[in-house]
Write a protein that binds this ligand. Structure first.
Ligand SMILES: Nc1ncnc2c1ncn2[C@@H]1O[C@H](COP(=O)(O)OP(=O)(O)OP(=O)(O)O)[C@@H](O)[C@H]1O
Ligand SMILES: Nc1nc2c(c(=O)[nH]1)N[C@H]1C(S)=C(S)[C@@H](COP(=O)(O)O)O[C@H]1N2
Length: 173
């Protein structure tokens, strides 16, 4: 199970501020997943080509099972993560963005500004999270119960979670 966390931020990629969201995602995964996996992190600038080329490389060359991105989902001119996703995904999974926006509204009214989405390309599942560190745990707690089954359905690696942290749901039969 190979997982890659991609932080998408002009300023974090230039070292103007420290990337907090990428490490938060890695820590969350380490707490929640009990089966063998490895996780690597990348930090890239915002922008359509930057995000598209990174995601295609991770899916088609690196054959990563799960890609979690953070940042670039808002309405600002340089926020082009959703446009890049549209160029990369073969199947969009709209429920991920819908659930994360719904749950995030309890935290902030600006949750509706995130255009985060998810989907698959080959045997890779890609999920966007907002850039704000405060969004990470909330969004992962919300959507992760469905991720092991999704990975199973697309023929990616199998994943087990600690039921005290995340109860994965797998339909029987
Ligand atoms: N990866 C991150 N680590 C730490 N803080 C972050 C991260 N991403 C976003 N933030 C925080 O959330 C704020 C808003 O994030 P947003 O993604 O809108 O940044 P931005 O204004 O588009 O600029 P940039 O893309 O250069 O980070 C940032 O100013 C920063 O304080
Ligand atoms: N849970 C949660 N979702 C959130 C936020 C947040 O603080 N918590 N910030 C919102 C804000 S202010 C913006 S602009 C959008 C897009 O952020 P991004 O461009 O960093 O991805 O995510 C939104 N979703």
């Amino acid at each position: 199970m190979h997982i890659v966390v991609v932080t998408i931020s002009d300023r974090a990629s230039k070292g103007i501020y420290e990337d907090l969201s990428g490490p938060l995602i890695e820590d969350w995964l380490t707490t929640a997943i009990t089966s063998p996996f490895d996780v690597t992190r990348r930090i890239i600038p915002d922008g359509f080509e930057s995000v598209r080329d990174t995601l295609i490389d991770l899916c088609d060359q690196e054959r990563v099972d799960l890609v979690l991105t953070t940042g670039g989902t808002g309405p600002a001119p340089r926020d082009e993560t959703p446009e890049a996703m549209r160029a990369v995904l073969i199947k969009e999974l709209l429920g991920f963005g819908e659930l994360m926006r719904r749950i995030s509204l309890d935290q902030t009214p600006t949750a509706i500004l995130s255009r985060q989405t998810a989907g698959t390309r080959g045997r890779t599942l890609i999920i966007n999270l907002p850039g704000k560190p405060a969004a990470i745990q909330l969004c992962l707690d919300a959507v992760f119960p469905a991720i092991p089954y999704c990975l199973h359905l697309i023929g990616a690696g199998e994943i087990e979670t600690d039921p005290n942290v995340i109860k994965s749901f797998k339909p029987v039969g």
